[in-house]
Design a protein around this ligand. Structure first.
Ligand code: UDP
Length: 194
């Protein structure tokens, strides 16, 4: 049996500001990595799905506490996590940073009108971002989309399909990425495009 403490040990414990600084530095350096924005449900899913666990525990994965549930769960187990680092805030902070630093971005997920609205907003409000593509999350062949993204080598790939679909896809395709960060951001596009 896998001990849930192993996930809590691995969770990023610092502040959101500290995390963003670290992430941006690593993107700048071309480091390939994955960020899992976790809620307690993902740990239960990981118990049943070894591919999800594989992604959570991978060396190039950072787990952050998306919701308050992780902070509460951590406290019960004796882990102090400074604050929440919600996926939606990672996205908006990265947009600001990517705009100033001319980084490339791919958006995958949410309903067609949602991702299209968000793409147009980004092009209008963040002209420094190179939006190298976007795709809605209801296409049949999602693996083909990940292959397309990997070919484009974006600095930032946001995968907004909900858990565990986004984690399973990232797990399957991580090896074909050469650089950049892949982040599973759940329903963030719905919030950001609103
Ligand atoms: N979604 C998608 N394709 C699917 C199923 C869901 O793109 O086949 C999108 C959905 O439109 C929503 C997001 O995935 O934007 C899931 O949001 P939810 O808040 O349910 O996920 P959570 O953040 O709880 O993981």
């Amino acid at each position: 049996e896998f001990d849930v403490k192993e996930y809590y040990k691995k969770i990023y414990k610092g502040s959101k500001a500290e995390f963003m600084k670290k992430l941006e530095g690593e993107i700048e350096a071309g480091k390939k990595q994955c960020v899992v924005t976790a809620n307690p449900e993902i740990f239960m899913l990981a118990d049943r799905m070894k591919e999800v666990r594989g992604l959570l525990m991978a060396e190039d994965t950072t787990i952050v506490a998306d919701g308050i549930g992780i902070l509460i769960g951590g406290k019960k187990l004796g882990f102090h996590i400074k604050e929440r680092i919600p996926g939606v805030e990672i996205c908006s902070d990265l947009f600001e940073w990517a705009d100033k630093n001319r980084k490339s971005l791919f958006l995958f997920g949410a309903k067609p009108e949602v991702v299209e609205t968000l793409a147009k907003e980004i092009e209008r409000e963040y002209p420094g971002i190179y939006l190298c593509g976007y795709e809605n999350g209801y296409v049949k062949d999602k693996d083909a989309v990940l292959e397309r993204i990997a070919e484009k080598e974006p600095d930032i790939s946001l995968i907004a399909l909900g858990a565990p679909m986004q984690e399973l896809l990232i797990r399957r395709h991580m090896a074909s990425f050469k650089k950049g960060v892949l982040i599973g951001v759940g329903g963030s596009f719905d919030v950001l495009s609103g």
